[in-house]
Design a protein around this ligand. Structure first.
Ligand SMILES: Nc1ncnc2c1ncn2[C@@H]1O[C@H](COP(=O)(O)OP(=O)(O)O)[C@@H](O)[C@H]1O
Ligand SMILES: [Mg+2]
Length: 315
């Protein structure tokens, strides 16, 4: 997630088209909005359109707009979302669902940087940043012939992948605390802490609905909880969760080892000699362990609030 955040900061100020891939509820739209907010277009419109939520015929007029009399019911000239977004950013959500006829039209818009309203003859120049998102496997759609490869290359100058929440172990508790605070404020409830069984439950749950599921469970818990703290059952989760490995000793040892490494690095602020001392291992052993657990010691140097450690001391 840190790498992803750095990528967002790097790509935001450019005009590059961005394709955001990730499961439903992982935060793709939030990222699209962040890209817009961190760009030079921040004060221009951000226009989102969900390609899956609108029937094909309507999607065309929503995107491209129409002239008066272009079709039955076209009572007055209406600009499309592409035109409305000009100067700013258009966010094409659920891009994998876009019908073939519109893919061809959209490709033309991208190539020519102009749009023609339905029934119109004058191309209207567009200055657009295009961000797309999908939870579909676009490679598979391309192989199956339902998504145009040429369009794919146009919309994916930069691709950002958002991992599912179950792979963001360190994130779950931070997000839980943040969302709990947010929900408490929204619903005017006293800020409630998490009971130990709730902490265990959120860490072991698989989160098929990702951050959206977490957010919904927390809202429900904040509204319904009777006690001062939110319990696993308030969240509708089982204590110990559904993680079959929870009690497996080999897995438990691995996790404990990984956690100890992270804690030592945090305390040592990324200083490897000090971390090795704290862990009671030699520096070469520490290197092996960091590689085994794929931990980047440099990340812990940044986390400290104090003065940055000198380059030698971080090893
Ligand atoms: N990192 C995050 N911090 C806070 N809230 C988040 C985060 N990621 C996602 N959310 C929230 O979770 C919900 C789902 O996010 P969204 O961007 O709509 O996901 P997606 O577009 O991938 O389905 C939204 O309410 C969003 O605000
Ligand atoms: Mg979405």
């Amino acid at each position: 997630m840190r790498t992803l955040c750095r990528s967002i900061e790097k790509v935001a100020p450019t005009n590059a088209t961005v394709l955001i891939l990730g499961d439903s509820g992982t935060g793709k739209e939030l990222i699209a909005r962040a890209l817009h907010r961190l760009s030079g277009r921040a004060h221009q419109p951000f226009v989102a359109i969900n390609c899956a939520a609108i029937p094909d015929t309507l999607l065309e007029s929503e995107l491209f707009g129409y002239e008066k009399g272009a079709f039955t019911g076209a009572a007055k000239r209406t600009p499309g979302k592409l035109e409305l977004a000009s100067g700013g950013t258009i966010f094409l959500d659920e891009m994998g669902e876009m019908p073939a006829s519109l893919q061809a039209k959209l490709l033309r818009v991208l190539q020519e940087r102009t749009v023609e309203r339905i029934g119109g003859r004058t191309p209207i120049p567009l200055d657009l940043r295009i961000i797309s998102a999908t939870n579909r496997d676009l490679d598979a759609l391309i192989a199956a012939g339902t998504f145009r490869e040429d369009l794919y290359y146009r919309i994916s100058e930069v691709t950002l992948r958002v991992p599912p929440l179950r792979d963001r172990k360190g994130d779950v508790l931070l997000l839980t605390q943040f969302l709990l605070q947010q929900a408490a404020e929204r619903y005017g409830r006293p800020t409630r802490g998490l009971a130990p069984d709730a902490i265990r439950a959120v860490q072991s749950h698989r989160w098929p609905g990702n951050v959206r599921e977490l957010e919904n469970r927390i809202k429900g818990a904040v509204i319904m909880a009777d006690g001062a703290v939110v319990t696993a059952s308030d969240l509708g989760l089982q204590d110990l969760g559904e993680d079959p490995d929870y009690l497996n000793l080999r897995v438990a040892r691995q996790r404990a080892e990984s956690q100890a490494l992270r804690q030592a690095l945090a305390v040592a602020r990324g200083n490897l000699s000090r971390a090795a001392d704290l862990l009671g291992v030699t520096r070469p052993t520490l290197y092996d362990l960091l590689e085994k657990h794929q931990i980047d010691a440099a990340q812990f140097a940044q986390r400290s609030a104090g003065p940055a450690p000198s380059p030698e001391s971080t090893g």
